[in-house]
Design a binder for this molecule. Structure first.
Ligand SMILES: Cc1cc2nc3c(=O)[nH]c(=O)nc-3n(C[C@H](O)[C@H](O)[C@H](O)COP(=O)(O)O)c2cc1C
Length: 379
């Protein structure tokens, strides 16, 4: 009978995942052993966990040989231990596609791996169960493939459906899965759509991602979230107000706007300078309407607002309604700078009424905020 055992590790010491994402609840690097007449290991783990992972692999395999190592993704948090594995188990066949084999040569120069190249859709029989490989390029590297295991109807999804945080940390899947997806895969919506289409004919009962917990039971909500996110559709009908304010005057306008929205729509106010950047980026993709409020700063906009807008543009921000609040004391231009930065994005509706503060709130600004609020509350 086939069995799936997670031989992965938890990283509770990591500060920044992929060098930039804060992960207060750590990270998992999953690796799976599928045992049947033949035994296959799916992916390895981050190089800092070589010993612990190898011990997990040995404990799980008992006295069985490992016939195959399936390499789904060459990002080093999953591939760093391939060479160690090949040295430890020289007769194991490494199953990979041509792009992966090329990357293995790039990462492990001069080492000769015992590889078997597979094509998209190819199958590998382990006994009762069969592994079926599906190439899913740019989800989120070009060599990525996913693996479907037929006996338990399980999808090994590489980085897809992952989340930040160790598997056993006490938090719901959604928020950290969204922050992970939008941050890391958000740019590749079209490729995620192609992958979802390719996998749509499969009956999937379990999803085993390389990060985060195993997903089982009713997977429809999770699949629906991936469909919404990768189509760049809003997840929540409501308003995100993302602001920066050095001395509090721009914040005064934000609070006036919030007063007018309260009780009438779902909304969230975020101080961009004091909030995790990837959370704010994810929120920009969550809400249907976004108000960007910032100060003119050295002839452009406040640096963290500049970074936020760059980050959402990089991730194909589109299909949203956008409003602007600006401040400036001698040559205000924040609204123009923000609008210009967003002007190349698809299907953005800019609210005509901008709030244009000169140093501090005026009566005219309050009227502008009234009109902006009305526009945000209209359908
Ligand atoms: C370092 C710095 C640079 C600024 N650069 C500009 C500028 O280029 N043009 C302008 O009109 N105002 C500029 N301002 C003025 C701010 O936009 C102004 O102080 C604004 O009222 C600040 O809003 P706040 O109270 O929300 O921080 C600058 C302010 C600071 C502190």
């Amino acid at each position: 009978m086939s069995r799936i055992i997670n031989v992965g590790v938890s990283d509770t010491k990591i500060d920044l995942f992929e060098g930039q994402y804060s992960v207060p609840n750590g990270m998992t690097y999953n690796s799976y052993l599928v045992t049947d007449d033949k035994t296959a290991l799916i992916d390895t783990v981050d190089g800092n966990f070589k010993k612990e992972w190898l011990a997990n692999v040995n404990a799980a395999r008992g006295n069985k040989a490992i016939d195959y190592l399936i390499v789904q993704h060459m990002e080093p948090d999953h591939s760093a231990c391939i060479k160690l594995f090949a040295e430890t188990f020289p007769s194991t066949v490494i199953v990979a596609n041509s792009k992966t084999i090329q990357m293995m040569k790039q990462y492990f120069r001069g080492f000769e791996f015992n590889t078997k190249e597979v094509k998209d859709g190819e199958e590998l029989c382990l006994g009762e169960t069969t592994l079926k490989f599906f190439f899913t390029p740019m989800v989120h590297w070009p060599e990525v493939m996913m693996t479907y295991e037929t006996a338990t109807k399980s999808l090994f999804s590489a980085d897809a459906f992952g989340k930040f945080g160790t598997s056993d940390c006490d938090e719901p899947w959604l928020d950290e899965a969204r922050r992970y997806y939008i941050g890391i895969v958000g740019k590749y919506g079209a490729q995620v759509q192609a992958a979802l289409k390719k996998l749509s004919a499969l009956e999937i009962k379990n999803v085993y991602s390389l990060h985060g917990p195993a997903l089982t039971g009713d997977l429809s909500e999770i699949l629906n979230k991936y469909n919404v996110w990768s189509s760049y559709l809003p997840e929540t009908d409501g308003v995100l107000i993302a602001y920066t304010s050095i001395y509090g005057n721009t914040l005064d306008a934000v609070l006036e706007l919030a007063k007018r929205l309260k009780g009438k729509t779902d909304f969230k106010v975020v101080d961009v300078a004091r909030t995790d950047w990837a959370e704010t980026v994810a929120d920009c993709f969550k809400y249907s309407k976004i108000v960007f409020a910032t100060t003119t700063y050295n002839g452009t906009i406040f640096p963290c607002m500049n970074s936020l807008i760059n980050a959402i543009v990089e991730r194909n921000f589109q299909n949203r309604t956008v409003g602007f609040i600006e401040n400036g004391s001698w040559a205000p231009m924040a609204a123009k700078v923000m609008k210009d930065k967003l002007s190349s994005q698809k299907n953005l509706t800019f609210i005509e009424q901008e709030v244009k503060i000169v140093s501090s709130l005026s009566e005219e600004n309050l009227s502008q905020i009234d009109v902006l609020a009305q526009s945000l509350l209209s359908k």
